[in-house]
Each structure stands twice: as C-alpha cells, then as structure tokens.
Write a protein that binds this ligand. Structure first.
Ligand SMILES: *Cc1c(COP(=O)(O)O)cnc(C)c1O
Length: 368
C-alpha cells in the first residue's frame, strides 16, 4: 500500500463553529481523506484540506447512482481518550454495499488508517459535551465519464467528518412515526441492505409527505405486501411487547445497523434474547389496542436510540401508554454512550482508540 500523504489546511475554520449549537452535518472539519481507483487498483491515499473537488458532469454516478456510503462516530472520553465506535463493523458493511453496487472494495486496513489519520489530525473538532461527537462519513462514487449504464472503471473514495450535536436531546420526548402502507423503500432482491443513495432518494417523497401530515419519520413496511414492519428512515426498529423484545430480521430489505447489532448484543448480555422475526403490522396494532406495547425505539448511529411516542397507521393513532423514554430505551442509551465515552467497560472490544497529540485546552464554547 502506498504511503499516505498529508497536506494541511493553511488555516483552520474551527473558530467559526459554535460548539454549543451543533446540528447534524452542516459544518465539516478542516480535512478530508481522498483516494482514487483506476487501472484496477486503489491509491495513492491522501489527506487534504476539506473543500470542493472538480467533477465532470459526465461522471456516471451522477446519472445512475453508482455510489455507497457509511456513517460512524468518534468520541472524546471523560478520561481524555478518543474512541471510534465499531469501525470494523462499518468497514465490513461498506464492503457489502460495494459488492451490491459493483464497486471494488477499498482495502480494510486503509479504511481504518484513514479514520485514524483524519480523527487525529482534526481531533480539536471532536466536540466534548455529552451526546456530541465527530461524525465520520466515508463515501465512494463511480468516477468514469460515460453515458451507458454499466459499472464505472474509475472511483473516488472520500472520507469527511463533521462535529455533530446530541440528536437524543431532540428526540428524548419521543418521535412519532407514520406507518407507510402505500410507498416502498426497498423491495426483495433490491438495494435495501446497502447504504446507497437510491434508498434515500426513494424515501424523500413519502417522508416529506408524512412530515407535512405531522409525523416525524416514516416506519416502512415490506415492499411486497406492505404487511410486515421493516425499519425507520435511518434507524432500525425495536418493540417491547408483553415483556418480549422484537425486531425484524435481516433478510436483505433492511439496513443491517451497527447500533441494531449492539442493542441485540447488550440485551443478550443481560440474558434478554431479542426475537428477530417478521412482525406483521396487524400484530403490532393489536398489541397497541390491548395496551401491551411497553416501548418502541429506533436504533442508529445518529441518535443511538430514539424513543417512539406514537405511531399512526391508516388514520389510527397508536400511543405508548407508559413513560417515554421507557426504562429499557433509557438503559440502552446510557449503556451504549457509556461504552463510547469510556465510562463503562468495553467488554466486546468495540472501541478503536485513536492516539491524539497532547491536549491544548480549548474552550468548550466559542468566545463571542
Ligand atoms: C445507517 C442506517 C441505519 C442505522 O445503522 P447504524 O449502523 O446503526 O447507524 C438504519 N437504517 C438505515 C436505512 C440506515 O441508512
């Protein structure tokens, strides 16, 4: 593998950022990682200042969507260490997405090295307040200019990072879900399990429509019958019904979330087996009507866990009767964020520590 080159930004933009008012991704850190694929090989790798790159309008990924991405986070620990949560799992998933989209996977060690370099170089951009983090976004796009529909012979890999706020703060009171029985996110045999643009493009119209009608997010049903629960826009879904925790199985149409896997593993540690099985929406509605639905939550990197307050299905409002967030949802949030921040032991070896240069003190909030 060729040597990684680093070109530093002439000037940092960090003083422009208000770390007390971070959203999700409008601000990107000083540097990005880039690597091209040509003539059958990836390389050379480079870290360069974040900024626009020239892209020819004839590049086929802009027309036909041959692209994949992923998403993970780096955290400052209370102990002064920087941790990246489960990067190997994201590397594996990106490889699976690549395979489905006919994109050559990038070497896994280079993926990990890109994260280490970028996080170390822009460590000052990792926010320090509870719930905040540095979001890491790898993406690969087809980069060959052609108009016929076929896999590209050239690719560009980017990794960019963004300081992000605590999503949970906004969703702690619980989100409302519109159960979509008309539109489809993913169909059997399609792209549902891949983190690729087309899935999100398919979701835009129905999501916008349901927002206008008052719901926060869409709960997708299966594409064949609109009968079985699948997932939320960018989160996997869990139900606690009559003491049993349930989530839909990974059968190719839903995204295999790293947070989903973490939740299942942590519950197994407590000898709470999660039932992964097809869950008919009628069964969920019936359980709501009987008052048996104790908790519902979404699981994803952005929010960790996001408690659901109510769902609407064909005009019927189904509300959680107990407190929101429920005790299980809260416990999982505390446990996952505890592992990410080093507050709790990392029993499964999920964290990758990134050595960062000795700390100069940076004020928590921007001086005004
Ligand atoms: C990214 C994503 C998730 C959550 O995956 P995590 O690895 O937990 O972040 C769930 N569903 C969709 C559609 C996603 O894009």
């Amino acid at each position: 593998m060729s040597q990684l080159s680093v070109t530093r930004a002439a000037q940092s933009r960090i003083h422009l950022v208000d770390f007390d008012k971070l959203g999700f991704g409008p601000v990107f850190s000083d540097h990005m990682f880039c690597m091209d694929y040509a003539d059958g090989a990836w390389g050379p790798p480079a870290v360069v200042p974040y900024g626009p790159v020239p892209i020819a309008p004839g590049v086929a990924s802009l027309h036909y969507g041959q692209m994949v991405f992923d998403g993970l986070k780096a955290f400052w620990g209370a102990d002064g260490n920087v941790r990246v949560f489960r990067p190997e799992a994201n590397a594996r998933r990106l490889e699976d997405s690549c395979a489905r989209l006919c994109i050559p996977p990038m070497p896994r060690e280079m993926f990990m090295e890109a994260i280490r370099q970028l996080v170390a170089l822009d460590h000052a951009w990792i926010p320090r307040q509870p719930g905040q983090s540095l979001y890491i976004r790898p993406l690969i796009i087809g980069a060959e200019e052609h108009l016929d529909v076929r896999p590209s012979s050239r690719y560009r890999f980017f990794m960019i990072t963004a300081p992000v706020g605590s999503y949970f703060k906004n969703t702690a009171a619980g989100v409302s879900l519109h159960v979509e029985h008309e539109y489809t996110r993913a169909a059997p045999g399609g792209l549902g399990f891949a983190k690729t643009a087309a899935n999100y493009a398919a979701a835009l119209f129905p999501t916008t429509k349901s927002r206008r009608e008052g719901a926060d997010q869409v709960l997708w049903l299966d594409g064949a019958e609109h009968r079985f629960v699948e997932e939320v826009g960018a989160m996997n879904i869990f139900f606690k019904i009559g003491g049993q925790v349930l989530t839909p199985p990974l059968e190719g149409t839903i995204l295999p979330g790293v947070t989903r896997d973490s939740v299942i593993t942590l519950l197994a540690d407590k000898e709470l087996a999660v039932q992964q099985r097809r869950l008919a929406i009628d069964e969920v509605v019936q359980a709501f009507r009987e008052g048996k639905v104790e908790e519902v939550f979404g699981a994803g990197t952005a929010a960790v866990v996001s408690p659901v307050r109510q769902m609407t299905y064909r005009g019927e409002t189904l509300a959680i009767r107990g407190t929101v967030p429920g005790p299980l949802t809260s416990a999982l949030y505390d446990e996952i964020t505890g592992i990410q921040s080093g507050r709790l032991p990392d029993r499964h070896g999920w964290n990758m520590l990134v050595p960062v240069p000795a700390q100069q003190a940076r004020p928590l909030s921007r001086a005004r």
